[in-house]
Design a protein around this ligand. Structure first.
Ligand SMILES: Nc1nc2c(ncn2[C@@H]2O[C@H](COP(=O)(O)OP(=O)(O)OP(=O)(O)O)[C@@H](O)[C@H]2O)c(=O)[nH]1
Ligand SMILES: [Mg+2]
Length: 211
């Protein structure tokens, strides 16, 4: 049984990643990805998701329709071993006390952490989120999400991002097990969408089944 926490700054795509994974489980696509196997949804809870009337102007996230107040949660079971795993995705808006409480709670419960970063914003801004998280395992996983928004020399930019992320966590004596490049949405005009959607499913399966 593994408890995984998806942690990261506001709007990096934590809830999208969790919802996408639920779709892979429900549709059975989970069997067809790398390392795939039959799994079943035991329970989902997305009730902590609040709609933002007219977009979130306060946070300049006008396109965003919902934000996470209370942590989202998925419990699923591996069919062959009968092992159950829980994935938590708290909100990222740590300036709201109730959201911050969720982040701290999940960071204590989680035995595995996926730090989620987005390609559409400066990393320095996104690092600030992690300064508030007090409980961390010695080694974590990193998802670089919204890969579809990375234009130009993708490999070069990803190397640069990884180097910065390594440095940031090294200072806090936190190691990185592995990086995953992900797309948490079904983006119509992104040619490689299936490959990077699959990475979401492969990431969560790998982390839950190797611990
Ligand atoms: N282009 C692109 N957009 C994405 C991707 N993943 C998520 N999004 C979009 O990013 C926005 C924020 O996604 P959420 O999943 O709500 O982000 P979050 O990290 O859960 O946000 P909070 O819980 O409020 O901190 C939404 O508009 C998503 O559709 C991606 O891989 N590519
Ligand atoms: Mg969310």
């Amino acid at each position: 049984m593994t408890n995984v926490g998806l942690l990261g700054d506001v709007s990096v795509g934590k809830t999208s990643i969790l919802r996408l994974f639920v779709r892979y489980l429900n549709k059975g696509d989970i069997e067809n990805v790398e390392g795939g196997r039959k799994c079943t949804v035991v329970k989902t809870d997305f009730s902590g998701e609040a709609t933002i009337p007219g977009g979130d102007k306060e946070n300049k996230l006008n396109e965003k329709e919902t934000k996470t107040i209370h942590p989202n949660r998925l419990v699923f079971r591996e069919d062959d071993t009968n092992k159950a795993h829980t994935i938590f995705a708290p909100g990222g808006d740590r300036k709201r006390a109730v959201v911050k409480m969720g982040i701290i709670t999940i960071s204590r419960i989680a035995t595995q952490v996926i730090a989620v970063f987005s390609c559409d914003r400066e990393l320095d801004e996104q690092f600030e989120f992690f300064n508030d998280v007090r409980f961390f395992p010695d080694k974590i996983y990193v998802a670089i999400n919204k890969i579809d928004l990375l234009e130009g020399d993708r490999d070069g930019k990803l190397d640069e991002m990884q180097e910065k992320i390594n440095k940031f966590f090294e200072k806090r004596k936190i190691g990185i097990n592995e990086y995953f490049y992900t797309c948490g949405e079904t983006i119509d005009n992104f040619e490689e969408v299936e490959k990077f959607n699959n990475h979401v499913a492969e990431m969560i399966l790998k982390i839950t089944t190797t611990h």
